[in-house]
Unconditional design. Structure first.
Length: 153
């Protein structure tokens, strides 16, 4: 191994690359995947109290489709996520989602009118921050999932 080579770490173990890779060798499929195939990306989030979280997301304006007694998919304006009746504090407490909106200021007016913190214990809505890249505000759901809601410049 050359002295200047730095390892990558995967689950605490060093990995040394044996050759230099170019985008062509790492992603050779890019030239052949010209037909759009991706239809959606749906993250899974957990719930400390499944019934409370279901009610919260319905009140926020998401439409629920029940998939089983322990899982639903929530959708709104073309975005979706799965809510599960499963709670692992170390996972849920570190879950973050970014919801991009057209006009975060207008979205915030409508969001605040819902009074979600007044209706659901543990819910927090933090004010919009202005950043170099755009604007974002934050919503903590009843289980602790952190939603970033923003718009890019």
């Amino acid at each position: 191994m050359p002295a200047q080579q730095q390892p990558f770490f995967c689950e605490g173990s060093p990995i040394f690359l044996r050759e230099t890779f170019t985008s062509d060798t790492i992603y050779p499929f890019l030239d052949v995947m010209t037909t759009p195939q991706i239809r959606s990306l749906r993250p899974f989030i957990g719930a400390k109290d499944f019934a409370v979280s279901r009610s919260f997301y319905q009140a926020w304006g998401f439409a629920e489709t029940v998939l089983s007694p322990a899982m639903s998919v929530f959708s709104r304006e073309g975005v979706s996520f799965y809510l599960q009746d499963y709670y692992a504090p170390e996972w849920v407490g570190n879950t973050m989602l970014f919801l991009e909106v057209k006009d975060v200021e207008q979205y915030w007016v409508e969001l605040m009118a819902l009074d979600l913190p007044g209706r659901y214990a543990g819910v927090r809505v933090l004010p919009i921050r202005h950043e170099d890249w755009g604007k974002e505000g934050f919503v903590h759901d009843p289980s602790g999932v952190l939603w970033h809601i923003g718009e890019f410049n």
